[in-house]
Structure formats: C-alpha cells, structure tokens
Design a binder for this molecule. Structure first.
Ligand code: GDP
Ligand code: MG
Length: 152
C-alpha cells in the first residue's frame, strides 16, 4: 500500500481532529502520527527544495508559529489521493475550484494553507523518514529528528 507524508500546519492545528476525520472518511489509514514543534532550521531542511525562493523565510516562520501534526497516511495511490484531497496550494483559489478540499475548508491563503502532502514517491520516502526516522536510528539532537512525541 502506498504511503505519503501529511502535515496539518500550524494554522489548522486547532482543527486537526476535523482534518483527521476527513482523512479517515476518504479511506486513508493513519499509520503513524506525531504532534511536534518545528524549529526554523528544521523547517528550512524540510523545505530544502524551495531554497532561494523569496517566500522561504516567511514559510519557515509560519511553519514554526505553532505545533504541526505529522502523519503517515496509506491508501492505494495515497500520494496523488492526498494531494487531491488537500486541493490547490492557494486556499483562496481552492475555495472556488475545490470547495470541499482541506485547503479550501481549513486554510486562508497561499501560505497559510492548512496542509502539506508529499508530491512524489521520492519526496514521500524522504519526508516520512524526516519525521519518522527508522527505528534504531540515533536521534539528531541538533535538528530534533526522532524527538516527535507520540499522540496520546
Ligand atoms: P505545495 O506542494 O502545494 O504545498 O506547494 P509548494 O511546494 O509550491 O510550496 C510549499 C509551501 O510554501 C506551500 O504549501 C505554501 O505554504 C508556501 N507557498 C507556496 N507558494 C507561496 C507563495 O507564493 N508565497 C508564500 N508566502 N508562500 C507560498
Ligand atoms: Mg510542494
């Protein structure tokens, strides 16, 4: 079964239970989940593909503005299915083109858009390992990897 990495970003963290309900209703299995606080360095590491973009600093500050919920979701075609359920990047656009999507329902604009989802199998593997390092791996105290507290 394909797996993908989903985040509920700080702007939607207070509504994470509603997000999870919709995730489960859409047929995903939540394989792992953890609530955690990102640091700016760790957020920049996560968004390394956007290095040099003008919005990166704002994005990292936003991602550190509160806790996030990280989840490993599984389903047939999970990567594409979760991207579809999230909707387009800009929550304003999402409200007209995909009104039932997570970003339309729980996000605000192009930055504060409620959710993240891996965009390829390679990204999913990297992002899952980023938040849920394989067991036995020594936690990286500098970045906070493997320090995610399990959800009660
Ligand atoms: P995604 O794959 O749909 O999340 O979009 P991207 O990979 O292009 O961008 C990563 C994240 O950066 C988005 O989810 C937004 O939170 C943020 N973002 C993207 N584009 C912009 C932008 O033009 N301005 C700002 N402020 N944030 C952006
Ligand atoms: Mg992306």
């Amino acid at each position: 079964m394909e797996q993908t990495l989903a985040l509920v970003k700080p702007d939607a963290f207070a509504r994470k239970d509603e997000v999870v309900l919709k995730v489960v209703s859409a047929g995903f299995t939540v394989e792992k989940s953890a609530e955690l606080q990102l640091t700016p360095a760790r957020a920049a590491q996560f968004y390394a593909e956007h290095a040099g973009k003008p919005f990166l600093d704002d994005l990292c500050n936003f991602m550190c503005s509160g806790r996030v919920l990280a989840m490993v979701l599984s389903k047939e075609g999970a990567i594409k299915a979760w991207r579809e359920l999230m909707g387009p990047t800009d929550s304003v656009a999402a409200r007209s083109t995909a009104p039932d999507s997570m970003r339309a329902l729980f996000g605000t604009d192009k930055q504060k858009n409620a959710c993240h989802g891996s965009d390829s199998p390679e990204a999913a593997a990297r992002e899952i390992a980023f938040f849920f390092p394989p067991s036995g791996e020594i936690p990286d105290l500098a970045t906070g990897a493997a320090q995610a507290a399990p959800m009660e």
